[in-house]
Write a protein of this length. Structure first.
Lengths: 145, 185
């Protein structure tokens, strides 16, 4: 993977035995987002399995994850403001726009549903939040806070 | 009042559509892929089209098919369902054809499309999605063919209860039926 001239030197990469993407996402905020997104997805799937509708605790969890995503977007924007540039700037900007919108759109779409399928939409959004962190790291390896 | 109407009145306020129930999830995932595929294709075509023109045009085509499916599934009218059926079918054929093509002739694909390797870059969701879309549409086609009288036992129960309890209040029977149906799925 070729890095642009603007890409900073990545710090000492954690030594891992497995060559997976997950191990290289080593920032506190992205890691928290991945864990929180997967936890949200699991909780929402459980609600779907138990035939529950959208409720306040689930919405609160969505809100917490959304705040984490906005923090991550802020961190990346700060890196860009510092003058650092990824190899694919347009793609990164697209991700920065889409990342905070996914959960909000999912929350509205899920709230319109009066059945177990509302939480199912939230489950997908939680998974997407986790995947987005891995993709952000692939687009710009310096993203590990 | 003790005798429920023969023709259930809540039919008029039938809340179900292809975007409710499981359709809620289906439309959400379709919207996600519509965004992912078309945005990706847009960036690639705008910035480096000559690098892999076939892959990028196929991505753009996939994006259009996803947008079409998202819109028609969320509208849900008979005409929209027919278009949705077409786009889901095109999608299934597309993911199978492009998936096979990308494995047989990797040289044509210096960069991946949504459908490369049967959607392996996207967790094989592109392969599964049209199947669920077609199943969901088939369920609607069946429901309409039976005229809605023998749809599900849950719906019948809900309508019977609603019709018996609140014949005077127009909105109540429909809402009762909606809840039962929604929970039943």
């Amino acid at each position: 993977m070729s890095l642009g001239p603007g890409a900073r030197t990545v710090g000492p990469a954690p030594r891992t035995t497995k060559r997976s993407n997950m191990s290289s996402v080593n920032g506190a905020v992205p890691t928290t987002i991945i864990v929180a997104g997967l936890a949200l997805a699991g909780y929402a799937l459980l609600m779907t399995a138990l035939n529950r509708r959208m409720n306040v605790p689930l919405l609160a969890a969505v809100g917490v994850l959304e705040i984490l995503l906005l923090v991550e977007v802020g961190i990346i924007v700060a890196k860009l403001a510092d003058g650092a540039r990824p190899a694919q700037l347009p793609t990164l900007i697209g991700y920065l726009i889409a990342t905070p919108l996914v959960l909000v759109a999912a929350a509205f779409w899920g709230l319109m549903e009066r059945s177990r399928w509302g939480p199912a939409v939230i489950a997908v959004a939680g998974l997407v939040a986790a995947v987005l962190m891995v993709r952000l790291h692939q687009i710009w390896p310096v993203i590990h806070v | 009042m003790s005798e429920p109407a023969a023709a259930p009145e809540p039919r008029a306020s039938q809340p179900d559509s292809t975007r409710t129930g499981p359709g809620r999830l289906l439309v959400a995932v379709y919207a996600l892929f519509a965004l992912a595929a078309s945005a990706r294709a847009g960036v690639q075509i705008a910035t480096k089209f000559s690098h892999a023109p076939v892959a990028y045009l196929l991505s753009a085509f996939a994006g259009l098919v996803y947008i079409l499916a998202t819109v028609t599934l969320s509208i849900g009218s008979p005409t929209a369902r027919r278009i949705a059926l077409l786009s889901c079918s095109v999608e299934l054929v597309g993911v199978l054809a492009v998936g096979t093509w990308s494995l047989a002739d990797p040289a044509s694909f210096p960069d991946a499309t949504v459908w490369s390797g049967y959607g392996s870059g996207y967790g094989f969701v592109p392969l599964v999605l049209p199947v669920f879309g077609l199943l969901w549409l088939r369920r609607w086609a069946r429901r309409n063919r039976t005229g809605g009288t023998t749809v599900t036992s849950a719906e019948d129960a809900g309508e019977a209860a609603g019709g018996g309890v609140a014949h005077g209040e127009g909105g109540a029977p429909g809402r009762g039926a909606k809840d039962v149906v929604a929970d039943g799925r």
